[in-house]
Every structure is written in structure tokens, then in C-alpha cells.
Design a protein around this ligand. Structure first.
Ligand SMILES: [Zn+2]
Ligand SMILES: [Zn+2]
Length: 348
């Protein structure tokens, strides 16, 4: 089969590799589509280390073969892939919160080969955990690839009482910022403000007709001043930091209203994740700070429903499509905000 293989950091070759085969309990899928995400970029460049040389985790595929003992999954059926696979026996896994697995979860595209290939294996442990999520017949492969990133945003937003929030600020105008904002909107938030340092990104939102209210270009505007003026000094109900820039956390805290929520959605640089905060703001204003780490089954089911019912318009978010052969070109397009990409799909 063909696959995009990491030869060394920053050097990816699309080449022939052996097609994997099933062992007992595994499922072999033909990959229909796999989207590229920001984390993939960090892996491809060598900044983030993984155990495999074929990555990609926003996957939709069709079953071609099942291993001995697999029940209820059949050739021809179409599934989205749940990325996170827990140990299966710790207290968190028993609650189906494999994203918080006490033994450290493993993931498709990180410890098992991913979806930038014609075929992939869902290993037995993932099959048993329920990591194959059925895709509704009417949903396109492209839209179904959004279930993975959207599920992560749904998980991150679970801690924020969005139904009681009027105004939410999102730091980061890439696909993850956009999906977080769309979850907020779908859960009833009236006013959404997107902050990004790239004018191109903000212009792209307007061009695509994304349903947000305000866009702040933080290269020229101080977002705290802007928000405080806009809210008559009250601040906003929630802030989501969807960019791996740790100084955005204290900035976000400064624009929160009393009892406000801040979600650290993005992972921060592993080499230096420490950032000073004004703890008295958290204390006196009774602020809430939340984490967010991947997603689990229930989040995929909610993501699927939001896309299926049109609460989130998935079609609107897919800006580019490439064949697997053109993988390197797709990576370049995603890296450069001037290319105007939001979600890029690799058709395999
Ligand atoms: Zn991703
Ligand atoms: Zn576990």
C-alpha cells in the first residue's frame, strides 16, 4: 500500500510499504480520508515524538477484514476512529475516561500507525474499547473526519457552563479555535470573539462566513483593553486558550468577568510550561481554570450528532483536499496562514 512515511524529522516520503494484516481481534480498514491537524505538524517536524512513522489521527475508513473473534463489525461498514485507547483496567478507564488513563493512554497515529496511508489497523484493545464509531450514511467522509477534533473541543468545553455564558473569547483562529467557538455557539452562547495574531486567519473566517461576532487582530490591538471597553469593564464569561502560547493564560484571566471560566485547551511547550498568574484574581473573582486532554467515546457521539443535525456546518470548514501523493504539498499549505486553509483533507 501507499503511505506517507516519516523518514526523519521534516522529511516525509510517500512510498510503498507492506499492507498490514489482522491478528486476532483486530480490524483492517481502508482509509477513506484523514485530515491533517496542528499536532501532526509538530510530529512531522520532529518537535513532538511518537512511536510510529505513519501518523494521522482524524480518520474515516471502511472495514475490509476482521480478525478472529471480532463480533458486530463487518466488511463494508464505515467508521470514524477514536484516537485514544486506554489501558482498560484503571479507575479512569473503568469510568470510560480513557483520556485520563492512570497508566497513560496510547493513541492511533502515535503508538499505532495512523491514517496517512491506504490501510490501517484498529488493534484489538481499541476494538474492545469501542473505538470504531459508526458514521451515518448521509455524512461525507470529509465531514466525518471532523468528529475527532470536534470531540476534543466538546470534551474541553464540558467543564464550562456555556448555557449560562453570554460572551466567550477564543484565543486562536485555527480549526481548533473555530471548533471550540462553534461548540460554544451550538450550546447557546450569544457573542463570540476570536483573537488571533494573523490577519490572514481572521480574514479567512469572514470569507468563509463563520458565525462569530468580533475578530481581534492581536498584532495591532490589545485584546484585554478591547474586551474591557466592549463589556463596560465587566469582562467575559469564558475564555478558551486554543493556541500553544502560555502567556495567553494570564491575558485571558485578566479579561474574565466574576465567576468566569478559562480553559487551557492547547498543550504548552513541554520544555517550559511554567507561567506566573495573578492568583488573587482567581481568588477574589472566584474564577475557574480547566484543562482539556483529547476525548472519549461520549464526545465522539456528541460530535457526530452536532454534525449530523447541522448544529455545526462541517462542509463550511473543509477548505482544501489533496491526494496522498501530494501529502508534502498539503503540509506546506497548512503551515502557511496566507494559503487560507482551515481544514485540509487527505484522500487516500
Ligand atoms: Zn488532531
Ligand atoms: Zn487506564
Amino acid at each position: 500500500m501507499k503511505a506517507a512515511v516519516i523518514i526523519k524529522p521534516g522529511h516525509i516520503e510517500v512510498k510503498e510499504v507492506p499492507t498490514p494484516d489482522v491478528q486476532e481481534g483486530d480490524v483492517l480498514l481502508k482509509v477513506n480520508a484523514c485530515a491533517i491537524c496542528g499536532t501532526d505538524q509538530r510530529v512531522l517536524s520532529g518537535e513532538k515524538k511518537v512511536d510510529v512513522d505513519i501518523v494521522g489521527h482524524e480518520i474515516v475508513g471502511t472495514v475490509v477484514k476482521t480478525g478472529e473473534g471480532v463480533k458486530d463489525i463487518h466488511p463494508g461498514e464505515r467508521y470514524a476512529i477514536q484516537t485514544v485507547i486506554g489501558c482498560g483496567h484503571c479507575a479512569m478507564c473503568e469510568r470510560h475516561q480513557e483520556n485520563l488513563c492512570e497508566n497513560g493512554f496510547k493513541a492511533i497515529g502515535y503508538q499505532w500507525d495512523g491514517g496517512f496511508a491506504e490501510y490501517m489497523i484498529m488493534p484489538k484493545i481499541g476494538v474492545d474499547q469501542g473505538c470504531l464509531i459508526p458514521v451515518p450514511e448521509k455524512m461525507s467522509d470529509e465531514v466525518a473526519t471532523l468528529m475527532e477534533p470536534l470531540s476534543c473541543c466538546i470534551n474541553g468545553m464540558r467543564y464550562i457552563p456555556l448555557e449560562e455564558c453570554r460572551h466567550v473569547v477564543i484565543f486562536g483562529g485555527g480549526i481548533i479555535g473555530v471548533l471550540n467557538a462553534l461548540v460554544a455557539k451550538a450550546r447557546g452562547v450569544e457573542e463570540i470573539t476570536i483573537v488571533d495574531i494573523s490577519k490572514d486567519r481572521l480574514e479567512l473566517h469572514k470569507k468563509l462566513g463563520l458565525p462569530f461576532n468580533n475578530w481581534i487582530d492581536s498584532s495591532s490591538t490589545d485584546p484585554v483593553d478591547w474586551i474591557m471597553k466592549k463589556t463596560n469593564g465587566k469582562g467575559v464569561d469564558a475564555v478558551v486558550v486554543a493556541a500553544s502560547v502560555k502567556s495567553l493564560v494570564p491575558v485571558g484571566i485578566q479579561m474574565l468577568a466574576r465567576n468566569g471560566h478559562l480553559s487551557i485547551f492547547a498543550g504548552m511547550p513541554k520544555s517550559d510550561p511554567v507561567e506566573p498568574l495573578d492568583l488573587n484574581l482567581i481568588h477574589y473573582l472566584e474564577l475557574h481554570i480547566h484543562g482539556a486532554n483529547s476525548s472519549v467515546y461520549r464526545d465522539y457521539i456528541e460530535a457526530r450528532e452536532m454534525l449530523e443535525l447541522g448544529k455545526i456546518n462541517g462542509e463550511q470548514l473543509v477548505t482544501h483536499r489533496f491526494e496522498l501523493e501530494d501529502f508534502n504539498r498539503a503540509v506546506e499549505v497548512q503551515k502557511n496562514p496566507a494559503e487560507g486553509s482551515l481544514k485540509i483533507i487527505i484522500n487516500t
